[in-house]
Design a binder for this molecule. Sequence first.
Ligand code: NAD
Length: 367
Amino acid sequence: MSSLLILPGDGIGPEVMVEVRRIIEWFVKNKGLQLEITEDLVGGAAFDKHGTPLHEKTLEKALEVDAVLLGAVGGPKYDSLDFNLKPERALLKLRKELDLYANIRPAQCFDALASFSSLKRDIVSGLDIVIVRELTSGIYFGEPRGIQKTDSNERVGINTQRYTESEIKRVAISAFELAKKRSGKVCSMEKANVMESGVLWREVVSEVHRDFQEIELSHMYADNGAMQLVRDPKQFDVIVTDNLFGDILSDCAAMLTGSLGMLPSASLGSIMESGKPRAMYEPVHGSAPDITGQSKANPIACILSFSMALRYSYSELENANLLDSCIEKVLAKGYRTPDLMMGEEGELVSTASMTDKIINELDEHKQ
Ligand code: NAD
């Protein structure tokens, strides 16, 4: 039986997670999904109980399970805490201890929400791409770093872009494996024209590609990639890139699709004994204190994060596709949480009734 650790967290985290549990229950009851679920505290909620945002026992559990599903952490109540006690430290610690080096950010534009994008409808409608960002190395971690003084007593800011072959290799493998489950295309982005780390990146990705001949590989300079993402994003399927470029390109791609309440993510690590990658799934959004406790939170980002878990951790492709298509149908019928309302268009629904609508669609596909 597969296992899942649920960490609802703070603010709207627990509110959207309740809805995800209803979706999970539907799959257990109607599609024979076998999932051993445990739930624990993280972030501010863990700090309130244990005085730390991530208890050792919770970390131990996270290291044991097939996948972690996290809601959101943080909130104004915790803003004045020491840096190491802040709820967000739990996220960084989980990513580091699980060694989640591949951050997967899909940018999927549901037809019904195409008018939310700042780009023209025909450019984004039906968009379905994934950005794989290297998450644990590169310029955010490279040494030397800091602000120093030059010989002439001028301040100089230093960061170092540094990638080893093995770091590039493992994230390239993640991207190719992902492409196998999609349309089989990978575009690797770097700046090999001006950066040696980019030259090595391109070489290593091409070497790894020899073991994935069924996948079509292309290379692009990251600045051109940014331009192409807004010019014609549908030309891509999987994009693999480093930590810095991935940070920028994934935010740019996310905004092609509209609301924060719609964006899931996954962070994957090395393959475990079970043959599955270590994994943590989470919506891109935060704890949204401004709407907490008002039944206004859009649960779809978290539900789509579970759909990614079905796809990448549990090999339940059919069920993942079913869930995605039911969400699409609900949106096409015009049901909208407040963040998705545009003028008078659509029928306003609460967090729970959005899930009701998705479950109604799923019910059409009972076994
Ligand atoms: P946020 O993502 O929480 O909210 C930004 C805006 O988007 C708010 O107006 C909010 O109401 C809206 N929003 C977010 N998710 C929504 C949803 N599912 N449905 C409808 N509307 C939604 O970002 P913020 O306000 O900058 O941060 C609030 C807290 O969350 C801070 O403590 C921050 O540190 C934390 N945070 C946590 C994570 C995480 O847990 N991964 C990510 C970002 C921010």
